[in-house]
Design a protein. Structure first.
Length: 344
């Protein structure tokens, strides 16, 4: 191969050369541009070409060398970059992963709303145990022993470790009233949300576990009118309905006692269904705290009076969220739970 042919084939070689790693680029540099490389050899040989060819060969040789050097530069620069990005997984332009928000349980939603409403008018939250003694669940609330009113609430009895069986799973949150009254001095303004238990057959409409919220207001000079105002305010805030009525009823711990109905309206078929065609929805029990109950907790009934109320949460939740079966509330099936948006 003469010098001209060598330059020709070198040009083709350089044209088709590639490097996909920094290592390959370096190999290329050593092979062509290194101190024992192809160009070194060619420049040696160049010295021997005839004088009239020197001009054109020299130019070609310099151009080829420059292009080989440019290739090496180019490969090193781009491979350096891509290797850097391969090493670093940090892509600052990538959108962040979304946090999946949890859902709030329907009972918690209803409970929170009711607490908020009463909190706004000065009530604070009180709590009591789910396993309760007979005194707090019944006796102090004016249920006499053997009184049939105890059967109104199908009670789960609990054997306690020392053998006596006067413990129960609380059948209502009214037990918390007794605890609050024996621990606090009037004025008392509390609501007590909690789970309650009754030995009832489980069906789509009733369950042996459910939730109630109890309210208690005791001070000097509290009247039935105060109770009605408070409950009207609640009905307006919670149901968005401004008409209520109080129907005479009976509870051992209140006198007089009443059932509270909210006027729901009869505008569509759903209204007919949930109010059984009357337009009125029964929402809670209430009454003026019986003097005997105040006395049981050492509050002077001559000086103080008060009202109490209690309502179930399941019915409101079922109505609000169109839940057809109460059992869904306790099954914790995530497909059910996920339908409720978190308030956060
Ligand atoms: N404890 C009653 C029940 O479980 C509800 C109730 C009625 C609570 C009247 C009260 C009240 O505080 O005054 O059915």
């Amino acid at each position: 191969m003469n010098f001209s042919e060598k330059l020709q084939s070198l040009m083709l070689e350089l044209d088709s050369a590639t490097a996909s790693t920094l290592d390959e680029a370096e190999q290329f540099r050593i092979k062509y541009l290194g101190s024992k490389g192809v160009f070194k050899e060619l420049f040696e040989e160049f010295k021997t070409v005839s004088a009239d060819e020197k001009r054109s060969f020299g130019k070609q040789l310099n151009q080829l060398k420059a292009s080989a050097e440019a290739s090496v530069e180019k490969w090193k620069a781009s491979l350096n970059n891509s290797e850097l990005t391969a090493v670093s997984t940090l892509d600052l332009t990538r959108p962040g992963a979304l946090f999946e928000l949890g859902a709030e349980h329907p009972i918690s939603i209803i409970k929170r709303e009711i607490i908020d409403i009463f909190h706004g008018i000065g009530f604070s939250v009180a709590e009591g145990p789910e396993i309760e003694d007979d005194w707090h669940n019944f006796s102090a609330l004016n249920f006499p022993p053997e009184h049939p009113a105890r059967d109104m609430q199908d009670t789960f009895f609990v054997k306690n470790p020392n053998g006596s069986d006067d413990y129960v799973l609380r059948t209502h949150t009214s037990s918390v009233q007794v605890r609050v009254m024996s621990e606090q001095k009037p004025p008392i303004r509390v609501i007590a949300p909690g789970r309650v238990f009754r030995n009832e057959a489980v069906s789509a409409r009733s369950h042996c576990i459910f939730h109630q919220i109890e309210g208690l207001y005791i001070d000097e000079g509290v009247t039935f009118a105060d109770m009605k105002q408070t409950l009207e305010y609640f009905a307006k805030e919670f149901f968005g309905k401004s008409k209520i009525r109080l129907r005479p009823s009976y509870f051992p711990f209140t006198e007089p006692s009443a059932e509270v109905d909210v006027y729901w309206g009869l505008e569509n078929e759903l209204d007919y269904r949930i109010t059984k065609g009357t337009g009125w929805l029964e929402v809670m029990g209430c009454g003026m705290v019986d003097p005997a109950v105040l006395e049981s907790s050492n509050i002077d009934p001559e000086k103080y009076s008060g009202f109490a109320f209690g309502m179930g949460l399941e019915r409101s939740a079922m109505q609000r969220f169109q839940i057809p079966d109460i059992r869904m509330i306790f099954e914790n099936d995530v497909r059910f739970l996920k339908q409720f948006q978190s308030a956060l």
